[in-house]
Design a protein around this ligand. Sequence first.
Ligand code: NAD
Ligand code: UD1
Length: 341
Amino acid sequence: MNHILVTGGAGYIGSHTVLELLKLGENVVVIDDLSNSSKESLNRVETLSGKAVTFFEGSILDQDLLVNIFSQFSFSSVIHFAGHKAVGESVNKPLSYYHNNVQGTVSLVEVMEKFNVNNLVFSSSATVYGEGAKPPYIETQTLGCPTSPYGQTKLMVERILADVVRSNSDFKVANLRYFNPIGADESGQIGEDPNGIPNNLMPFVAQVAVGKRAELSIFGNDYATEDGTCERDYIHVTDLAQGHVAALNWLVNQAHGLCEAFNLGTGTPYSVLKIVKSFEQYTKVKVPFKFVPRRDGDLDAFWANADKAADKLNWQAHKTMQDMMEDTWRWQSNNPNGYNA
Ligand code: NAD
Ligand code: UD1
């Protein structure tokens, strides 16, 4: 029986993807060290899908554990989410990011090669386009220089995977470049549960709305955009999860080794102010905010050209801004303390 291995599957995007895979009847094995997640996410995924997930608590850096797992299951493919993702933290702890994200991937791919598992979907990021890139970002443009060590790890892993494909004509890789994932499964049972003070916009908005934080600080209102606040391409996490399913289906049907990148976004930018106003409109909950100076490293505006994913993967985002806001709120208001009930 074939299985799919999902690294980092207890995390935000991973848990939503595992849910979509189980709903389709796939057999899923998860490895996660729970460094930024809770096993409770997978308990809820099991309840929602009515299917079991095989879970291993441990790190992809632990090759003995990986070999043990690969010896027990026959994997058709691997979806690789495991990694650290806090941009600010990566500036202060670069070695931890290079070790976990880059060495972790090398460790995983070595074991994949050993067991002749040749299909890999990797969580990349729009950050690989770098600072000088002109939006909308398109896969054919030359990659830039990401400003943070976190971003560098994504670019390095993409390059490493391209080299692996050059050396192994059976190996197939889809690098999925996510734009800004937000929202939660429509059940309100699983969602984003950041540790400590949220770095990203949407969890901060949701925590203000639920009364955990007094007000949102909007970083800068003097950008070269319509209302002066930064613009991003926000994508519903369920659309993103379904993008992984589409990429896997495409990958396993390719005859030869390849390494292809796909933007996963909606193609539509929204400003920070528009996000706050949309949240208030669709949830009827006020979000007090103040303007503060710009955050270091923020770009004024970027969004995806998502045509390649539509053409080749037959995938596009369907959820609306209303879905993103309502689903975020359902998750946050049902689970004010995330998975720590
Ligand atoms: P997340 O932190 O919720 O999920 C990552 C998971 O990986 C966590 O459950 C964590 O415990 C686990 N993990 C970390 N290091 C590990 C290791 N060495 N071995 C095993 N498990 C490990 O983050 P997410 O938002 O779900 O992101 C998933 C992936 O997508 C990450 O690689 C991230 O860099 C990438 N990504 C995320 C975003 C975003 O906005 N959320 C955007 C672009 C790319
Ligand atoms: C961040 C990461 C990026 C990563 C992406 C998806 C940085 C610099 N970049 O992008 O590498 O791929 O997340 O996870 O962290 N904002 C506020 N107040 C807040 C939080 C955010 O005004 O409290 C603004 C930001 O200035 C930005 C927008 O909201 O304009 C979105 O921010 P965020 O959610 O952190 O995502 P990005 O910065 O786009």
